[in-house]
Design a protein around this ligand. Structure first.
Ligand SMILES: [Zn+2]
Length: 308
């Protein structure tokens, strides 16, 4: 074979190899490609997976309640091996994806399957009938109660074990570690909250009923506190609420209005403090339980400084 023939052959081989590579792109990760719906499910799944899988979330910047996935989000779900969401009452759009997903290879897991979600206080007796949106009746916020976090990570581990039994030991070991830490956190704060005289707290986003229930506290919701500057009527409603319940602190999520805080500070002695429902990615380097602990500390410190 002369030199020009060898060059031509080597060029053809290169083209063939390149062509083959284009048809079968290398998989980015060795493990499962897992897409999750939002931060708490992402954080728990990532800790249960350890280094085994490539875990991502489609929603990171805002609350989950009003969220609808974009075309790119739906594509990311179709391209994954596994999609994990919290519950059919919270991400009701996930249920609507199912008929299409059945035609693709993606496995859909409901992380809270097996947990019993409570009704929103006051809506306990309303039957689920046609025309009633089930999502409005059930309180989804299990992820702010450490004991329910422990339960949920174990459920996630079991579901991952079913589809990836080779790594069962790792999933269970990681979930057990996190669950034990969550139970220790609950124990610590149970002792702390037991000592506070004040038991009631006021929140703008009523995400803390499970947490309140766990620690013998009571959550009061105040819907008039929004991201906008309050109208004179809203301000009057808030003031009446503050006087009725002797409120000194209103807990808000990040991004609540400065104008609201100033309006309240000017007209009463109430302060606004941040208490995160942990629905958006906190964008820090803390673990999920460290973020939860920071939240619990803010609430405990507030109750500890109050006399009733
Ligand atoms: Zn919420």
């Amino acid at each position: 074979m002369n030199k020009s023939c060898r060059t031509l052959l080597s060029l053809l081989l290169t083209l063939l190899i390149l062509g083959a590579c284009q048809h079968k792109p290398p998989k980015e990760s060795q493990g499962l490609r897992i897409v999750t719906s939002f931060y708490p499910i992402y954080a728990m799944t990532k800790e249960v997976s350890g280094d085994l899988n490539d875990v991502r979330m489609i929603q990171s910047g805002q609350g989950i309640h009003e969220f609808e996935p974009s075309v790119a989000d739906v594509r990311a779900i179709y391209d994954a091996d596994v999609f994990i969401y919290h519950s059919h009452t919270l991400e009701s759009w996930a249920g609507r994806l199912d008929p299409n997903l059945e035609q693709s290879d993606v496995i859909v897991l409901e992380a809270s399957k097996g947990m019993s979600l409570k009704r929103v206080p006051g809506l306990e007796d309303i039957p689920v009938t046609e025309g009633i949106d089930e999502a409005t009746l059930y309180d989804p916020h299990t992820w702010v109660d450490p004991i329910l976090v422990a339960e949920e990570v174990r459920l996630i581990a079991e579901q991952l074990t079913n589809i990836d039994p080779d790594h069962a030991a790792t999933y269970r070991k990681n979930a057990d570690k996190l669950a034990k830490e969550a139970e220790e956190l609950a124990n610590l704060f149970e002792q702390r909250f037991a000592k506070t005289k004040a038991k009631t707290f006021v929140t703008q986003h009523t995400a803390f009923a499970y947490l309140a229930n766990r620690f013998g506290l009571e959550q009061l919701g105040i819907a008039s506190v929004t991201a906008q500057e309050p109208s004179p009527r809203q301000l009057a409603e808030i003031k009446e609420f503050i006087d009725t319940y002797h409120v000194t602190t209103i807990f808000v999520e990040r991004g609540a209005s400065d104008k609201m805080a100033k309006a309240l500070a000017a007209s009463s002695k109430v302060t606004l403090k941040i208490l995160e429902p942990l629905e958006a990615d906190p964008q820090n380097n803390l673990s999920y339980l460290e973020n939860l602990r920071a939240n619990l500390t803010i609430l405990a410190e507030d109750l500890e400084t109050r006399k009733e």
